[in-house]
Design a protein around this ligand. Structure first.
Ligand SMILES: NC(=O)C1=CN([C@@H]2O[C@H](COP(=O)(O)OP(=O)(O)OC[C@H]3O[C@@H](n4cnc5c(N)ncnc54)[C@H](OP(=O)(O)O)[C@@H]3O)[C@@H](O)[C@H]2O)C=CC1
Ligand SMILES: O=C(O)C1=N[C@H](C(=O)O)C[C@H](O)C1
Length: 233
């Protein structure tokens, strides 16, 4: 399979290595400065860039009739525009705040726990995410997905980064050293606490998940999620 890498930073380089190990060919490594030459020859594009470039990268791929796997976070306000463009161009699209198998299992666990906890209002939910100091966005895309998973299965109506509002899930975003990504969901009461936690040890899981998603998406038309790729309920 021919892959265009849109973004060739920390993630792009791990994705390149895993893609080559799995027998794929890289036809474009797009960074901030070079062109999209080679994009139209790709079977699939994988976008791990920066929030300000993601929309441009995804649009360029749909306009070139190339399906896109997007892992870039921090551009959610343009999500509906990208879905509309995908539909208009009859493209293929998977975007996820986190492509690792472990986090996608954790998403399921988070939703299941939220359903149980809905009836126990003595517990207050909060979240913590810890990432490396280079990260541009806060809170992490994964923390936002976790908060959405709770909101859809509880009486919480939103999330907030710092303010304490009883109907909102508080998210604490910490930037420490080179931490690849740690997410904790905590239910706290005066009597005890229940906590679930996912810790990434490196970027391998994110990158492998993105390459598996690209293999799955190539040749397909439509808008999909990692639940489709991993066959999760
Ligand atoms: N969904 C998931 O599973 C995961 C998502 N992420 C997300 O992926 C994104 C990338 O992460 P990471 O690799 O660590 O970040 P890096 O900062 O290491 O890499 C980003 C790359 O994007 C490049 N870039 C800047 N502008 C453009 C442009 N216009 N077109 C193409 N590329 C451009 C940068 O180029 P230059 O070096 O020239 O500035 C840089 O190489 C982040 O949003 C992060 O949150 C990260 C891990 C997992
Ligand atoms: O920027 C990162 O590094 C990561 N970003 C993603 C996010 O914002 O959730 C996924 C992962 O946690 C690493």
């Amino acid at each position: 399979m021919k892959i265009a890498l849109l973004g060739y930073g920390k993630m792009g380089k791990v994705i390149e290595r895993i893609a080559l190990e799995r027998g794929h060919e890289i036809v474009l490594k797009k960074d901030e400065f070079n062109t999209y030459d080679g994009l139209s020859t790709a079977d699939v594009a994988i976008d791990f860039s920066v929030p300000s470039a993601a929309v441009h990268n995804i649009s360029a791929s749909f306009n070139a009739n190339v399906p896109v796997v997007s892992g870039t976070t921090g551009w959610l306000e343009h999500y509906d525009e990208m879905i509309a463009l995908c539909n208009e161009k009859k493209g293929g699209f998977i975007s996820s705040s986190n492509f690792s198998l472990g986090v996608n299992i954790f998403f399921g666990l988070n939703e299941y726990l939220a359903k149980i906890m809905k009836q126990f209002d003595s517990y207050k939910v909060s979240m913590e995410e810890i990432h490396h100091i280079h990260k541009l966005d806060a809170p992490s895309g994964t923390a936002i997905s976790l908060a959405q998973g709770v909101i859809e299965n509880s009486n919480y109506t939103g999330w907030s980064l710092d303010e304490e509002k009883s109907s909102h899930i508080r998210i604490d975003a910490k930037r420490i050293g080179e931490v690849p990504g740690t997410h904790t969901v905590n239910y706290d009461s005066a009597i005890d606490s229940i906590e679930i936690k996912h810790t990434a040890h490196n970027r391998e899981g994110f990158a492998l998940g993105a390459v598996i998603a690209a293999e799955w998406l190539a040749g397909k038309q439509g808008i999909f999620t990692m639940k489709d790729v991993l066959n999760l309920q």
